[in-house]
Write a protein that binds this ligand. Structure first.
Ligand code: SAM
Length: 234
């Protein structure tokens, strides 16, 4: 698989294909087999997804969405239920395979199927192609070092005709200290490096790519924090 970022992207893919998959499909699921920290992350992440769903129309018939780094489909699946033609992709075949399974289960359980069936593909973010009304990339930037963010934002922007929605862990003093404390007590599941991002720098990259921020939100729980930006093509 071709991805920019070389060894680091390959190690993120390996993590989410194996040990990370076990951890994150539980966090992003409904099973009770989660500890207190994982439950806090699940609840925080769901708040982020709900805020994004609130920004988008209830009826998305005829609209197209690219959800890059879609994980197990927490955002992509409800958007498909709203009628959008969804292209969901993730660098990890395990994560995106789980998204497809969950989507099929939701349809079998009676959820509304969109006119165009969603596509679930194992693709690195930079390999996504096409043109969409909405491009989303939620909680993926944590895997991107600063020097890869502008190119990542530029590529996502090139796929969007109208709207771009990104979320990332913001680089503030408090969160930098929290991250440092977490690094002092590494657990077996913390197998990838995590990068916080300066909001001003992300916004600058978005502006250079032709987008302006139209709405901002922040989700912060004890162990989960995510700045969400909705942007529109200028
Ligand atoms: N966006 C999903 C959500 O909010 O439910 C998943 C978020 S999860 C924290 C991060 C996801 O990003 C993982 O599924 C991981 O495999 C994916 N990812 C990391 N680097 C990626 C890359 N370069 N291209 C595509 N996906 C990537």
């Amino acid at each position: 698989m071709e991805t920019t970022g070389g060894d680091e992207a390959a190690s993120v893919r390996d993590y989410f294909d194996k040990v990370g998959f076990e951890r994150w499909q539980k966090i992003y699921g409904e099973t009770d087999e989660v500890n207190k920290v994982q439950l806090d992350i699940r609840q925080g992440h769901q708040k982020t997804v709900d805020k994004i769903l609130d920004w988008l129309p209830e009826n998305m018939d005829g609209m197209t969405v690219c959800d890059a780094g879609a994980g197990t489909g927490s955002l992509a699946i409800p958007l498909a239920h709203r009628g959008a033609g969804v292209s969901a992709s993730d660098i990890s075949a395990s994560m995106i395979g789980e998204a497809e399974t969950r989507y099929n289960q939701s349809i079998a359980a009676g959820a509304k199927a969109p006119a165009v069936a969603p596509k679930f593909e194992a693709l690195g973010l930079e390999e996504c192609t096409g043109e969409y009304d909405v491009v989303s990339c939620i909680d993926v930037m944590i895997h991107y070092p600063d020097d890869r963010v502008a190119a990542m934002v530029g590529h996502l922007a090139s796929l969007s005709k109208k709207k771009l929605i990104v979320s990332f862990a913001p680089k503030t003093l408090a969160y930098s200290i929290l991250k440092r404390i977490g690094e002092l007590f590494p657990g077996p599941s913390k197998a990838t490096r995590a990068y916080l991002h300066d909001e001003g720098e992300v916004e600058e990259a978005l502006e250079k790519a032709g987008f302006r921020v139209t709405r901002r939100q922040m989700t912060a729980t004890s162990f989960y924090f995510s700045r969400i930006l909705e942007c529109e093509r200028v």
